[in-house]
Design a protein around this ligand. Structure first.
Ligand code: ZN
Length: 321
């Protein structure tokens, strides 16, 4: 998922709570009420991407992006410089990693100007939706001035594919979209494309793990903790753009079985049974972990692996069934 942080305090909470290191907010408003732009923090999942929209002097800029290190959580630890949020007893927090600044930050003013019509249409469509499915947007349509501006009090909002595509001219679903914004230069465009790929891979991994009910599909393997599971590609990401994002090109495997599959120690036949490399290693690991399972079927999800992809994997690793 892609999120957008709006921040104007350069101290961002102070030591340990700095910009690009974390997202944070009070859990509740001063009057005890919920504030959706704050509650959103606990919906952030490990691996999600966050774009940072920063106010410097008078203008807002898309400054860069980072990745959520872990799921969002609630804590009674306090930022050393909470400023106007000092009233709060508890805080929501998301730890971030890999902050990557855009070489040339994108001015929000220019995006609002260039994409005015599309952003207004998106805004109106969203506004017409039922309350429970309506998104909290980071911007408002100010009717009296007839212009778009940042929503007062917005902090963290979700950016769906459509909105990301309007804002940055890149399609975050993993498909290629050549429509770029003239105001985004080549270097920043390149970073946005990397981000797009990351989001596509995360989404693929989530879908594949869901398909296998978050359990390694290798016969009798009991690993079911998401920290040790991957949504592995059968045909590698780099080898085949047309299979990208296709759940049937994925297997949910634990880290150990993923590695063994990746290096071709085993593959699957057309009945989804384990077939081993023809050059079976004589080592203990292989003898205990792969050999006894030859001929056994993997646990299948609702979407079964593509036979074409399995064939591709076997051919690549010279495994003959
Ligand atoms: Zn496993």
């Amino acid at each position: 998922m892609l999120w957008l942080e709006l921040t104007k305090d350069p101290r961002h909470g102070g030591l340990g709570w700095e910009f690009g290191k974390c997202l944070w907010s009070p859990t509740l408003k001063k009057n005890g009420g919920q504030w959706p732009y704050w509650s959103s923090l606990v919906s952030v999942k490990e691996g999600d991407c966050v774009i940072h929209l920063k106010k410097e002097t008078h203008d807002w800029y898309f400054a860069g992006y980072s990745i959520a290190l872990a799921d969002g959580f609630t804590t009674s630890e306090r930022p050393p410089e909470p400023r106007e949020n000092g009233f709060a007893i508890e805080f929501n927090r998301v730890d971030l990693k890999d902050y990557q600044p855009f070489p040339n930050p994108i001015p929000l003013k220019s995006v609002f100007q260039e994409k005015d019509q599309q952003l207004r249409e998106y805004f109106q469509t969203n506004k017409a939706k039922r309350k429970n499915i309506r998104k909290n947007l980071f911007y408002d349509e100010i009717e009296i001035y007839d212009r778009l501006q940042c929503h007062n009090g917005a902090y963290l909002t979700e950016v769906d594919e459509q909105l990301a595509s309007i804002l940055f001219g890149v399609d975050f679903s993993g498909r290629i979209n050549d429509g770029k914004l003239p105001i985004i230069d080549a270097k920043t465009g390149e970073i946005l494309r990397t981000l797009k790929t990351r989001i596509g891979q995360k989404e693929f991994s989530d879908n594949v793990r869901n398909n296998y009910n978050h359990t390694c599909c290798f016969p009798d393997c009991v690993v079911s903790d998401d920290k040790f599971l991957v949504g592995a590609h059968i045909i590698r990401w780099t080898d085949s753009p047309e299979f990208r994002g296709n759940i049937s090109n994925g297997l949910c495997l634990c880290l150990m079985h993923d590695k063994a599959f990746e290096i071709g120690l085993f593959s699957l036949d057309d009945n989804f049974r384990i077939v081993a490399t023809n050059a079976m290693p004589a080592n203990e690991w292989f003898t205990f972990n792969i050999r006894p399972y030859i001929g056994k079927q993997i646990r299948l999800g609702a979407r079964t692996p593509l036979l074409e992809a399995l064939k591709h994997h076997r051919v690549r690793h010279k495994i003959v069934t």
